[in-house]
Write a protein that binds this ligand. Structure first.
Ligand code: HEM
Ligand code: HEM
Length: 219
């Protein structure tokens, strides 16, 4: 079968993905340390400062995470066709149909599957939810990071109640990301194996493949 090569993800989109993904790996590891330091803490204040250093790396990764989320919001509004919010949100009849057909395909109830260049709608909706959760994570993070800032504190207190409650919300949200990563990696590999579109390589090089003259492969 002949395939056409189509550029689907811009360089900014791919940078966002890897900025987001790698910063989360750092944030989870350093976050676990902040929660429950596993080094012998009496070395703190000697010649090494593991907690201070890991907190510093947590905040650095936090800024990469924030930049990736902001850039992705920009792409939701001004990115290419596949990157815009309406492409994967269930707001058109075609997208609602795709949402249900993807679910039936995922539970092996059918082999028919509408191939799309962008995300399928189930994935797109999950990613949208993930960015909403990411916004809550960074807001609770900045609220804890700048206790002296009236801008962050004036609405942070009504929202979270106290610093400790924000910390609890922040901790719970970490588990959302851990769950997301496991399911996400399983599903991208599963999709890549079942449908030869070049899904995984597309998040590195930006290209996907669509069968020539295949009317079911929607642009
Ligand atoms: C081995 C590691 C990973 C691979 C191979 C990978 C691959 C991919 C691929 C192929 C897509 C596009 C899927 C589609 O069209 O539906 C995607 C999207 C996405 N991935 Fe990953 N991913 C990885 C790790 C991660 C991690 C660790 C995270 C963060 C927790 C993450 C978060 C996302 C998000 C949020 C999207 C949606 C992109 C958007 O629309 O903004 N990924 N990933
Ligand atoms: C997916 C993203 C993130 C994850 C998984 C994460 C994870 C964590 C975890 C597990 C903790 C320890 C909380 C506890 O005691 O249980 C923590 C603390 C903290 N995080 Fe994050 N975090 C993320 C993003 C951010 C961002 C964007 C910022 C803002 C720069 C931030 C700032 C902080 C602060 C200020 C603390 C408290 C440090 C302390 O109490 O000494 N985090 N984070």
């Amino acid at each position: 079968m002949n395939y056409e090569k189509k550029c689907v993800w811009s360089i900014l989109f791919r940078l966002c993905h890897w900025g987001f993904a790698l910063s989360i790996v750092f944030l989870v590891v350093t976050g676990f340390y902040i929660h429950d330091p596993w080094t012998n803490t009496w070395i703190e204040g000697g010649s090494t400062f593991p907690m201070a250093n890991l907190r510093y790396f947590h905040f650095l990764a936090g800024f990469v995470f924030t930049a990736s989320v902001l850039a992705r919001i920009y792409l939701y509004l001004f990115g290419n066709k596949q990157e815009r919010v309406l492409d994967a949100a269930p707001v058109t009849t075609g997208n609602v149909k795709n949402l249900f057909s993807t679910m039936t395909y995922y539970v092996y109830a059918t082999d028919c599957y509408e191939k799309r260049l962008g995300h399928n709608v189930l994935a797109g909706l999950t990613y949208l939810l993930t960015y909403v959760v990411a916004a809550a994570q960074l807001v609770s993070g900045f609220f804890m990071l700048y206790p002296e800032s009236t801008a962050w504190q004036s609405w942070g207190y009504p929202l979270f109640g106290s610093q400790q409650q924000a910390r609890f919300v922040h901790h719970l949200i970490m588990w959302y990301f851990l769950l997301f990563v496991v399911i996400h990696i399983y599903l991208v590999v599963w999709n890549d194996v079942r449908s030869p579109q070049g899904l995984i390589s597309s998040i590195f090089n930006g290209y996907k493949f669509k069968p020539k003259n295949d009317s079911s492969a929607k642009a």
